[in-house]
Design a protein around this ligand. Structure first.
Ligand SMILES: Cc1cc2nc3c(=O)[nH]c(=O)nc-3n(C[C@H](O)[C@H](O)[C@H](O)COP(=O)(O)OP(=O)(O)OC[C@H]3O[C@@H](n4cnc5c(N)ncnc54)[C@H](O)[C@@H]3O)c2cc1C
Length: 453
Protein backbone atom coordinates (compact mmCIF):
# COMPACT_ATOMS: atom_id res chain seq x y z
CA UNK A 1 0.00 0.00 0.00
CA UNK A 2 1.15 3.56 -0.73
CA UNK A 3 2.32 5.52 2.30
CA UNK A 4 0.00 8.17 3.69
CA UNK A 5 0.84 11.37 1.72
CA UNK A 6 1.47 14.41 3.95
CA UNK A 7 2.70 17.07 1.49
CA UNK A 8 0.68 18.69 -1.29
CA UNK A 9 1.23 21.46 -3.89
CA UNK A 10 -1.40 23.53 -5.67
CA UNK A 11 -1.41 22.71 -9.40
CA UNK A 12 -1.90 25.52 -11.97
CA UNK A 13 -5.23 25.97 -13.74
CA UNK A 14 -4.90 26.28 -17.52
CA UNK A 15 -6.64 26.47 -20.89
CA UNK A 16 -6.81 22.91 -22.23
CA UNK A 17 -7.08 22.47 -26.03
CA UNK A 18 -10.16 20.57 -27.22
CA UNK A 19 -8.87 17.99 -29.71
CA UNK A 20 -12.16 16.19 -30.44
CA UNK A 21 -15.91 16.58 -30.03
CA UNK A 22 -17.78 13.32 -30.27
CA UNK A 23 -21.09 11.66 -29.39
CA UNK A 24 -19.38 9.06 -27.24
CA UNK A 25 -15.99 8.85 -25.61
CA UNK A 26 -14.78 5.44 -24.44
CA UNK A 27 -11.86 5.53 -22.02
CA UNK A 28 -9.81 2.32 -21.99
CA UNK A 29 -9.06 0.12 -25.00
CA UNK A 30 -9.13 -3.27 -23.27
CA UNK A 31 -11.61 -6.06 -24.08
CA UNK A 32 -14.58 -4.13 -22.65
CA UNK A 33 -13.67 -0.74 -24.12
CA UNK A 34 -12.94 -2.15 -27.58
CA UNK A 35 -16.35 -3.78 -27.77
CA UNK A 36 -18.07 -0.69 -26.37
CA UNK A 37 -16.46 1.53 -29.00
CA UNK A 38 -17.15 -0.85 -31.89
CA UNK A 39 -20.73 -1.43 -30.77
CA UNK A 40 -21.53 2.28 -30.29
CA UNK A 41 -19.99 3.17 -33.66
CA UNK A 42 -21.92 0.42 -35.44
CA UNK A 43 -25.08 1.85 -33.89
CA UNK A 44 -24.49 5.19 -35.56
CA UNK A 45 -22.57 7.18 -32.91
CA UNK A 46 -19.40 9.12 -33.52
CA UNK A 47 -16.95 7.51 -31.10
CA UNK A 48 -13.55 8.45 -29.73
CA UNK A 49 -11.59 5.67 -28.04
CA UNK A 50 -8.84 6.67 -25.61
CA UNK A 51 -6.05 4.34 -24.58
CA UNK A 52 -2.96 5.11 -22.52
CA UNK A 53 -0.67 2.54 -24.18
CA UNK A 54 0.48 2.03 -27.77
CA UNK A 55 -1.67 -1.03 -28.29
CA UNK A 56 -5.27 -2.13 -27.79
CA UNK A 57 -6.41 -5.10 -25.76
CA UNK A 58 -5.59 -4.37 -22.11
CA UNK A 59 -5.03 -7.55 -20.14
CA UNK A 60 -5.84 -9.70 -23.20
CA UNK A 61 -2.80 -8.48 -25.13
CA UNK A 62 -0.54 -6.27 -22.99
CA UNK A 63 -1.33 -8.37 -19.93
CA UNK A 64 -0.80 -11.57 -21.96
CA UNK A 65 -3.88 -13.28 -20.57
CA UNK A 66 -4.08 -15.83 -23.33
CA UNK A 67 -7.20 -17.97 -22.84
CA UNK A 68 -10.77 -16.74 -23.33
CA UNK A 69 -12.81 -18.27 -20.53
CA UNK A 70 -16.35 -18.33 -19.17
CA UNK A 71 -17.79 -18.68 -22.64
CA UNK A 72 -20.12 -21.63 -21.98
CA UNK A 73 -22.70 -22.47 -19.33
CA UNK A 74 -23.10 -25.82 -17.67
CA UNK A 75 -25.49 -26.83 -20.40
CA UNK A 76 -22.66 -26.44 -22.92
CA UNK A 77 -24.34 -23.50 -24.66
CA UNK A 78 -21.93 -20.81 -25.88
CA UNK A 79 -23.18 -17.72 -24.06
CA UNK A 80 -20.65 -15.08 -25.12
CA UNK A 81 -21.11 -14.45 -28.81
CA UNK A 82 -21.52 -11.24 -30.86
CA UNK A 83 -18.27 -9.23 -31.09
CA UNK A 84 -16.50 -11.92 -29.01
CA UNK A 85 -17.11 -14.39 -31.87
CA UNK A 86 -15.81 -11.89 -34.43
CA UNK A 87 -12.54 -11.59 -32.50
CA UNK A 88 -12.18 -15.36 -32.30
CA UNK A 89 -12.96 -15.89 -36.00
CA UNK A 90 -10.58 -13.17 -37.15
CA UNK A 91 -7.73 -14.39 -34.93
CA UNK A 92 -8.29 -17.98 -36.12
CA UNK A 93 -8.06 -16.79 -39.74
CA UNK A 94 -4.57 -15.50 -38.87
CA UNK A 95 -3.56 -18.75 -37.09
CA UNK A 96 -3.84 -16.78 -33.86
CA UNK A 97 -6.55 -18.79 -32.07
CA UNK A 98 -6.98 -22.45 -31.15
CA UNK A 99 -10.10 -24.08 -29.66
CA UNK A 100 -11.64 -27.55 -29.59
CA UNK A 101 -14.20 -28.52 -32.22
CA UNK A 102 -17.67 -29.30 -30.76
CA UNK A 103 -17.16 -33.08 -31.06
CA UNK A 104 -14.11 -32.86 -28.76
CA UNK A 105 -16.07 -31.07 -26.02
CA UNK A 106 -16.74 -34.17 -23.94
CA UNK A 107 -15.52 -35.69 -20.71
CA UNK A 108 -12.89 -38.32 -21.49
CA UNK A 109 -9.24 -38.96 -20.70
CA UNK A 110 -8.43 -38.97 -24.38
CA UNK A 111 -9.82 -35.45 -24.88
CA UNK A 112 -8.36 -34.25 -21.59
CA UNK A 113 -4.91 -35.25 -22.79
CA UNK A 114 -5.56 -33.55 -26.12
CA UNK A 115 -6.94 -30.23 -24.80
CA UNK A 116 -6.01 -29.62 -21.16
CA UNK A 117 -2.67 -27.94 -22.01
CA UNK A 118 -4.62 -25.48 -24.17
CA UNK A 119 -6.60 -24.41 -21.11
CA UNK A 120 -9.86 -25.66 -22.63
CA UNK A 121 -11.09 -27.54 -19.56
CA UNK A 122 -13.82 -26.86 -17.06
CA UNK A 123 -11.71 -25.52 -14.18
CA UNK A 124 -14.80 -25.48 -11.96
CA UNK A 125 -15.15 -29.27 -12.04
CA UNK A 126 -13.41 -31.05 -9.18
CA UNK A 127 -13.39 -34.67 -10.42
CA UNK A 128 -10.97 -35.90 -13.08
CA UNK A 129 -10.90 -35.83 -16.02
CA UNK A 130 -12.51 -32.41 -16.29
CA UNK A 131 -14.80 -31.85 -19.27
CA UNK A 132 -13.43 -30.17 -22.37
CA UNK A 133 -15.28 -26.98 -23.20
CA UNK A 134 -15.28 -24.10 -25.65
CA UNK A 135 -12.44 -21.83 -24.53
CA UNK A 136 -9.97 -20.12 -26.86
CA UNK A 137 -6.17 -20.01 -26.63
CA UNK A 138 -4.92 -17.02 -28.61
CA UNK A 139 -1.86 -15.03 -29.58
CA UNK A 140 -1.51 -11.52 -28.08
CA UNK A 141 -0.25 -9.92 -31.27
CA UNK A 142 -3.14 -11.39 -33.25
CA UNK A 143 -5.42 -9.78 -30.67
CA UNK A 144 -3.76 -6.39 -31.20
CA UNK A 145 -4.02 -6.64 -35.00
CA UNK A 146 -7.68 -7.69 -34.96
CA UNK A 147 -8.48 -4.90 -32.48
CA UNK A 148 -7.00 -2.27 -34.76
CA UNK A 149 -8.81 -3.70 -37.80
CA UNK A 150 -12.22 -3.79 -36.11
CA UNK A 151 -11.84 -0.33 -34.61
CA UNK A 152 -10.77 1.18 -37.94
CA UNK A 153 -13.53 -0.58 -39.88
CA UNK A 154 -16.14 0.73 -37.42
CA UNK A 155 -14.90 4.29 -38.01
CA UNK A 156 -13.81 4.87 -34.41
CA UNK A 157 -11.52 7.86 -33.79
CA UNK A 158 -8.64 6.15 -31.98
CA UNK A 159 -6.39 8.13 -29.65
CA UNK A 160 -3.57 5.98 -28.30
CA UNK A 161 -0.82 7.41 -26.04
CA UNK A 162 -3.49 9.37 -24.18
CA UNK A 163 -3.71 8.87 -20.45
CA UNK A 164 -7.11 9.85 -18.98
CA UNK A 165 -6.63 12.13 -16.01
CA UNK A 166 -9.82 13.98 -15.23
CA UNK A 167 -13.56 14.16 -15.91
CA UNK A 168 -15.00 17.54 -16.92
CA UNK A 169 -18.23 17.83 -14.92
CA UNK A 170 -21.35 19.95 -15.18
CA UNK A 171 -23.73 18.89 -12.41
CA UNK A 172 -24.79 15.26 -12.97
CA UNK A 173 -23.25 15.21 -16.47
CA UNK A 174 -19.77 14.41 -17.69
CA UNK A 175 -19.12 16.94 -20.45
CA UNK A 176 -15.78 15.49 -21.51
CA UNK A 177 -12.48 14.08 -20.39
CA UNK A 178 -8.96 15.42 -20.07
CA UNK A 179 -6.02 13.25 -21.08
CA UNK A 180 -2.31 13.68 -20.48
CA UNK A 181 -0.26 13.29 -23.68
CA UNK A 182 3.28 14.09 -24.81
CA UNK A 183 1.82 17.35 -26.17
CA UNK A 184 0.39 18.25 -22.78
CA UNK A 185 -3.19 18.00 -21.55
CA UNK A 186 -5.93 17.57 -24.16
CA UNK A 187 -9.71 17.62 -23.83
CA UNK A 188 -12.24 15.44 -25.65
CA UNK A 189 -15.83 16.62 -25.31
CA UNK A 190 -18.69 14.10 -25.52
CA UNK A 191 -22.41 13.63 -24.86
CA UNK A 192 -22.01 10.12 -23.45
CA UNK A 193 -19.01 8.57 -21.70
CA UNK A 194 -18.06 4.94 -21.13
CA UNK A 195 -15.53 4.03 -18.45
CA UNK A 196 -13.65 0.89 -19.53
CA UNK A 197 -10.39 1.55 -17.68
CA UNK A 198 -10.77 -1.55 -15.50
CA UNK A 199 -9.84 0.60 -12.51
CA UNK A 200 -12.84 2.95 -12.65
CA UNK A 201 -10.57 5.94 -13.33
CA UNK A 202 -13.23 7.97 -15.12
CA UNK A 203 -16.24 7.15 -12.94
CA UNK A 204 -14.32 7.75 -9.71
CA UNK A 205 -13.06 11.08 -11.05
CA UNK A 206 -16.68 11.95 -11.88
CA UNK A 207 -17.72 11.29 -8.29
CA UNK A 208 -19.32 7.83 -8.59
CA UNK A 209 -19.40 5.63 -5.47
CA UNK A 210 -16.96 2.75 -5.35
CA UNK A 211 -15.14 0.36 -3.05
CA UNK A 212 -11.45 -0.46 -3.16
CA UNK A 213 -11.13 -4.14 -3.98
CA UNK A 214 -7.93 -6.16 -4.11
CA UNK A 215 -6.87 -9.57 -5.37
CA UNK A 216 -3.67 -11.37 -6.39
CA UNK A 217 -1.47 -9.71 -9.04
CA UNK A 218 0.62 -11.65 -11.57
CA UNK A 219 3.63 -10.94 -13.78
CA UNK A 220 2.55 -13.30 -16.55
CA UNK A 221 5.33 -14.51 -18.88
CA UNK A 222 6.04 -16.76 -21.86
CA UNK A 223 8.82 -19.28 -22.43
CA UNK A 224 10.11 -20.31 -25.86
CA UNK A 225 11.87 -23.40 -27.20
CA UNK A 226 9.82 -25.74 -25.05
CA UNK A 227 9.33 -29.25 -26.41
CA UNK A 228 5.68 -29.47 -25.42
CA UNK A 229 5.22 -32.97 -26.93
CA UNK A 230 8.01 -34.28 -24.72
CA UNK A 231 6.65 -32.49 -21.65
CA UNK A 232 3.17 -33.93 -22.19
CA UNK A 233 4.48 -37.41 -22.97
CA UNK A 234 6.36 -37.38 -19.65
CA UNK A 235 3.27 -36.16 -17.76
CA UNK A 236 1.14 -39.04 -19.04
CA UNK A 237 3.77 -41.80 -19.10
CA UNK A 238 5.15 -41.15 -15.61
CA UNK A 239 2.35 -39.49 -13.64
CA UNK A 240 3.90 -39.95 -10.18
CA UNK A 241 7.32 -38.58 -11.18
CA UNK A 242 5.58 -35.75 -13.03
CA UNK A 243 3.42 -34.84 -10.03
CA UNK A 244 6.45 -34.65 -7.75
CA UNK A 245 8.39 -32.39 -10.13
CA UNK A 246 5.39 -30.26 -10.93
CA UNK A 247 4.71 -29.70 -7.20
CA UNK A 248 8.30 -28.60 -6.76
CA UNK A 249 8.08 -26.28 -9.79
CA UNK A 250 5.01 -24.62 -8.29
CA UNK A 251 6.81 -24.26 -4.97
CA UNK A 252 9.69 -22.50 -6.76
CA UNK A 253 7.39 -20.05 -8.56
CA UNK A 254 5.50 -19.56 -5.30
CA UNK A 255 1.91 -19.03 -6.42
CA UNK A 256 0.19 -20.50 -9.45
CA UNK A 257 -2.91 -22.41 -10.54
CA UNK A 258 -2.54 -26.17 -11.09
CA UNK A 259 -1.82 -25.76 -14.82
CA UNK A 260 1.05 -23.27 -14.58
CA UNK A 261 2.00 -23.59 -18.25
CA UNK A 262 -0.29 -23.76 -21.25
CA UNK A 263 0.29 -24.10 -24.97
CA UNK A 264 -0.14 -21.12 -27.30
CA UNK A 265 -0.76 -20.92 -31.07
CA UNK A 266 3.01 -20.42 -31.51
CA UNK A 267 4.76 -23.84 -31.52
CA UNK A 268 7.23 -24.22 -28.65
CA UNK A 269 5.96 -21.10 -26.87
CA UNK A 270 4.14 -21.63 -23.57
CA UNK A 271 2.11 -19.19 -21.49
CA UNK A 272 2.81 -19.13 -17.74
CA UNK A 273 -0.01 -17.53 -15.76
CA UNK A 274 2.17 -17.05 -12.67
CA UNK A 275 3.66 -16.03 -10.25
CA UNK A 276 0.63 -14.87 -8.27
CA UNK A 277 1.53 -12.36 -5.58
CA UNK A 278 -0.55 -10.99 -2.73
CA UNK A 279 -0.70 -7.67 -0.91
CA UNK A 280 0.03 -5.34 -3.85
CA UNK A 281 -2.19 -2.37 -4.64
CA UNK A 282 -2.84 -2.33 -8.40
CA UNK A 283 -3.32 1.45 -8.34
CA UNK A 284 -0.16 2.48 -6.53
CA UNK A 285 3.05 3.03 -8.53
CA UNK A 286 5.10 1.86 -5.53
CA UNK A 287 3.07 -1.35 -5.26
CA UNK A 288 3.31 -2.10 -8.95
CA UNK A 289 7.07 -1.50 -9.07
CA UNK A 290 7.55 -3.85 -6.12
CA UNK A 291 5.44 -6.50 -7.89
CA UNK A 292 7.56 -6.17 -11.07
CA UNK A 293 10.76 -6.74 -9.07
CA UNK A 294 9.36 -9.70 -7.18
CA UNK A 295 7.64 -11.29 -10.18
CA UNK A 296 10.68 -11.16 -12.44
CA UNK A 297 12.89 -12.68 -9.78
CA UNK A 298 10.44 -15.52 -9.25
CA UNK A 299 10.01 -16.25 -12.96
CA UNK A 300 13.77 -16.50 -13.51
CA UNK A 301 14.00 -18.92 -10.57
CA UNK A 302 11.29 -20.98 -12.21
CA UNK A 303 13.08 -20.97 -15.57
CA UNK A 304 16.29 -22.21 -13.97
CA UNK A 305 14.39 -24.99 -12.20
CA UNK A 306 12.51 -25.99 -15.35
CA UNK A 307 15.65 -26.15 -17.49
CA UNK A 308 17.38 -28.26 -14.89
CA UNK A 309 14.57 -30.66 -14.02
CA UNK A 310 11.55 -30.75 -16.33
CA UNK A 311 11.56 -33.01 -19.40
CA UNK A 312 10.78 -30.84 -22.43
CA UNK A 313 12.09 -27.63 -20.82
CA UNK A 314 15.83 -28.36 -21.21
CA UNK A 315 16.30 -25.63 -23.86
CA UNK A 316 13.60 -23.25 -22.66
CA UNK A 317 14.33 -19.52 -22.78
CA UNK A 318 12.57 -16.49 -21.40
CA UNK A 319 10.53 -14.97 -24.24
CA UNK A 320 9.43 -12.17 -21.98
CA UNK A 321 7.07 -10.93 -19.33
CA UNK A 322 3.80 -9.21 -20.19
CA UNK A 323 4.04 -5.48 -20.88
CA UNK A 324 1.30 -4.84 -18.34
CA UNK A 325 1.28 -6.12 -14.77
CA UNK A 326 -1.62 -8.55 -14.30
CA UNK A 327 -4.10 -6.61 -12.19
CA UNK A 328 -7.39 -8.39 -11.50
CA UNK A 329 -9.23 -6.07 -9.15
CA UNK A 330 -8.98 -2.50 -7.85
CA UNK A 331 -11.88 -0.03 -7.62
CA UNK A 332 -15.36 -1.50 -8.07
CA UNK A 333 -18.38 0.66 -8.86
CA UNK A 334 -21.20 0.61 -6.32
CA UNK A 335 -23.95 1.54 -8.71
CA UNK A 336 -27.69 1.18 -9.20
CA UNK A 337 -27.38 -2.53 -8.35
CA UNK A 338 -24.41 -4.27 -6.76
CA UNK A 339 -24.01 -7.87 -7.95
CA UNK A 340 -23.03 -10.19 -5.10
CA UNK A 341 -21.08 -13.42 -4.85
CA UNK A 342 -24.37 -15.08 -4.01
CA UNK A 343 -25.93 -13.77 -7.26
CA UNK A 344 -23.05 -15.25 -9.25
CA UNK A 345 -22.98 -18.56 -7.38
CA UNK A 346 -26.73 -19.07 -7.42
CA UNK A 347 -26.90 -18.15 -11.14
CA UNK A 348 -29.47 -15.47 -10.32
CA UNK A 349 -31.29 -14.22 -13.37
CA UNK A 350 -32.30 -10.55 -13.70
CA UNK A 351 -35.08 -9.33 -15.94
CA UNK A 352 -32.81 -6.47 -17.05
CA UNK A 353 -29.91 -8.80 -17.85
CA UNK A 354 -28.01 -7.33 -20.82
CA UNK A 355 -25.10 -9.77 -21.02
CA UNK A 356 -23.79 -12.93 -19.44
CA UNK A 357 -20.78 -15.20 -18.89
CA UNK A 358 -20.62 -18.88 -17.89
CA UNK A 359 -23.72 -19.16 -15.68
CA UNK A 360 -23.99 -15.59 -14.42
CA UNK A 361 -26.12 -12.72 -15.68
CA UNK A 362 -25.31 -9.00 -15.55
CA UNK A 363 -28.22 -6.62 -14.94
CA UNK A 364 -28.15 -3.30 -16.80
CA UNK A 365 -28.26 -1.53 -13.42
CA UNK A 366 -24.83 -2.99 -12.54
CA UNK A 367 -23.29 -0.87 -15.32
CA UNK A 368 -24.78 2.41 -14.06
CA UNK A 369 -23.50 4.74 -11.36
CA UNK A 370 -26.13 6.21 -9.06
CA UNK A 371 -25.43 9.88 -9.47
CA UNK A 372 -24.31 10.52 -13.06
CA UNK A 373 -26.74 10.63 -15.98
CA UNK A 374 -24.52 10.04 -19.02
CA UNK A 375 -21.84 7.66 -17.75
CA UNK A 376 -21.85 3.88 -18.05
CA UNK A 377 -19.13 1.41 -17.14
CA UNK A 378 -18.07 -1.86 -18.77
CA UNK A 379 -15.50 -4.41 -17.68
CA UNK A 380 -13.89 -5.76 -14.55
CA UNK A 381 -14.74 -2.68 -12.42
CA UNK A 382 -18.52 -3.05 -12.86
CA UNK A 383 -20.87 -2.77 -9.88
CA UNK A 384 -20.18 -5.93 -7.91
CA UNK A 385 -18.81 -6.93 -4.52
CA UNK A 386 -15.19 -8.03 -4.29
CA UNK A 387 -15.89 -11.76 -3.93
CA UNK A 388 -18.43 -11.70 -6.77
CA UNK A 389 -15.98 -9.95 -9.10
CA UNK A 390 -13.38 -12.69 -8.60
CA UNK A 391 -15.88 -15.12 -10.13
CA UNK A 392 -17.23 -12.94 -12.95
CA UNK A 393 -14.40 -10.94 -14.54
CA UNK A 394 -13.21 -13.05 -17.44
CA UNK A 395 -12.45 -11.50 -20.83
CA UNK A 396 -15.51 -12.61 -22.88
CA UNK A 397 -18.15 -11.41 -20.37
CA UNK A 398 -16.28 -8.10 -20.07
CA UNK A 399 -16.48 -7.84 -23.87
CA UNK A 400 -20.20 -8.57 -23.75
CA UNK A 401 -20.65 -5.81 -21.16
CA UNK A 402 -18.90 -3.44 -23.55
CA UNK A 403 -21.11 -4.47 -26.43
CA UNK A 404 -24.22 -3.84 -24.31
CA UNK A 405 -22.89 -0.47 -23.09
CA UNK A 406 -22.31 0.61 -26.71
CA UNK A 407 -25.95 -0.14 -27.53
CA UNK A 408 -27.16 1.63 -24.38
CA UNK A 409 -25.40 4.91 -25.19
CA UNK A 410 -26.78 4.93 -28.74
CA UNK A 411 -30.32 4.39 -27.39
CA UNK A 412 -29.89 7.18 -24.84
CA UNK A 413 -28.53 9.56 -27.47
CA UNK A 414 -31.39 8.83 -29.85
CA UNK A 415 -33.99 9.30 -27.10
CA UNK A 416 -32.22 12.30 -25.55
CA UNK A 417 -32.58 10.56 -22.19
CA UNK A 418 -30.43 9.71 -19.20
CA UNK A 419 -28.80 6.29 -19.39
CA UNK A 420 -30.79 5.02 -16.40
CA UNK A 421 -34.02 5.71 -18.34
CA UNK A 422 -33.06 3.45 -21.24
CA UNK A 423 -35.40 0.47 -21.47
CA UNK A 424 -33.26 -2.64 -20.89
CA UNK A 425 -35.46 -4.70 -23.21
CA UNK A 426 -34.27 -2.48 -26.08
CA UNK A 427 -30.65 -3.24 -25.19
CA UNK A 428 -31.55 -6.93 -25.13
CA UNK A 429 -33.08 -6.62 -28.60
CA UNK A 430 -29.99 -4.77 -29.82
CA UNK A 431 -27.73 -7.49 -28.47
CA UNK A 432 -29.77 -10.20 -30.18
CA UNK A 433 -29.73 -8.19 -33.40
CA UNK A 434 -25.90 -8.08 -33.22
CA UNK A 435 -25.71 -11.85 -32.61
CA UNK A 436 -24.91 -11.52 -28.89
CA UNK A 437 -26.67 -13.22 -26.00
CA UNK A 438 -28.02 -10.63 -23.53
CA UNK A 439 -29.17 -13.30 -21.07
CA UNK A 440 -32.79 -12.23 -21.46
CA UNK A 441 -33.81 -15.90 -21.66
CA UNK A 442 -32.59 -17.69 -18.53
CA UNK A 443 -30.95 -21.08 -19.02
CA UNK A 444 -32.70 -24.01 -17.39
CA UNK A 445 -30.28 -24.00 -14.43
CA UNK A 446 -30.76 -20.28 -13.61
CA UNK A 447 -32.29 -19.02 -10.39
CA UNK A 448 -35.40 -17.22 -11.56
CA UNK A 449 -37.37 -15.54 -8.81
CA UNK A 450 -41.05 -14.77 -9.15
CA UNK A 451 -40.59 -11.03 -8.66
CA UNK A 452 -37.48 -10.36 -10.67
CA UNK A 453 -35.86 -6.98 -10.38
C1 LIG B 1 -3.04 -12.54 -14.55
C2 LIG B 1 -4.46 -12.61 -15.03
C3 LIG B 1 -4.96 -13.80 -15.50
C4 LIG B 1 -6.26 -13.85 -16.00
N1 LIG B 1 -6.72 -15.01 -16.55
C5 LIG B 1 -7.82 -14.98 -17.32
C6 LIG B 1 -8.12 -16.06 -18.19
O1 LIG B 1 -7.41 -17.07 -18.23
N2 LIG B 1 -9.20 -15.96 -19.00
C7 LIG B 1 -10.01 -14.84 -19.00
O2 LIG B 1 -10.95 -14.81 -19.80
N3 LIG B 1 -9.76 -13.81 -18.17
C8 LIG B 1 -8.68 -13.84 -17.34
N4 LIG B 1 -8.35 -12.77 -16.55
C9 LIG B 1 -9.31 -11.64 -16.41
C10 LIG B 1 -9.30 -10.66 -17.58
O3 LIG B 1 -8.02 -10.56 -18.17
C11 LIG B 1 -9.74 -9.26 -17.17
O4 LIG B 1 -10.75 -9.27 -16.21
C12 LIG B 1 -10.22 -8.51 -18.42
O5 LIG B 1 -9.13 -8.29 -19.30
C13 LIG B 1 -10.86 -7.20 -18.05
O6 LIG B 1 -11.09 -6.45 -19.21
P1 LIG B 1 -11.32 -4.88 -19.08
O7 LIG B 1 -11.48 -4.35 -20.47
O8 LIG B 1 -12.39 -4.62 -18.10
O9 LIG B 1 -9.98 -4.32 -18.40
P2 LIG B 1 -8.47 -4.35 -18.88
O10 LIG B 1 -8.16 -5.58 -19.63
O11 LIG B 1 -7.67 -4.05 -17.65
O12 LIG B 1 -8.37 -3.12 -19.89
C14 LIG B 1 -8.42 -1.78 -19.44
C15 LIG B 1 -7.85 -0.88 -20.53
O13 LIG B 1 -7.94 0.47 -20.13
C16 LIG B 1 -6.68 1.13 -20.31
N5 LIG B 1 -6.61 2.20 -19.30
C17 LIG B 1 -6.61 2.04 -17.95
N6 LIG B 1 -6.53 3.22 -17.33
C18 LIG B 1 -6.44 4.16 -18.31
C19 LIG B 1 -6.33 5.58 -18.31
N7 LIG B 1 -6.29 6.28 -17.15
N8 LIG B 1 -6.28 6.25 -19.49
C20 LIG B 1 -6.32 5.55 -20.68
N9 LIG B 1 -6.43 4.19 -20.74
C21 LIG B 1 -6.50 3.51 -19.57
C22 LIG B 1 -5.68 0.02 -20.09
O14 LIG B 1 -4.41 0.33 -20.63
C23 LIG B 1 -6.36 -1.15 -20.78
O15 LIG B 1 -6.11 -1.16 -22.16
C24 LIG B 1 -7.08 -12.69 -15.98
C25 LIG B 1 -6.58 -11.49 -15.46
C26 LIG B 1 -5.27 -11.44 -14.99
C27 LIG B 1 -4.73 -10.14 -14.47
Amino acid sequence: MAEQIKDFVLSRSEQVPVVAKTDVVVVGGGPAGLCAAISAARNGCSVTLIERYHHLGGMASGGMVLVLDDMVNQGDEIVTTGIVSEFVDRMAQQDGAVYPPPEDCVKSWEMWQKWSRWGCINFHETGMPQSILHAVAFDPDAWKRVSLDLVREAGVNLRLHSWFSEAIMDGPLVKGVICQTKLGRQAIMADMVIDATGDLDLASSAGASFINGQYIVTTVFRLMDVDTDKAEAFQYAEPEAYKKLDREARRVIGGSWGMWWLKTPLPGVVWCNCPHMTGYDGLSPEGMVAAEYEGRERMMNMLAFARENLPGFENAKMLGAAEQLGIRQTRLLQGEYVVTKDDVKSRRHFSDSVCRGRDYYTPYRALLPKSIDNLIVAGRHYSVDSAGQKMSREIPPCMAQGEAAGIAVSLALNAGSALRDVDATLIQKGMRHQGADPGDVPSSNALVEEMEG
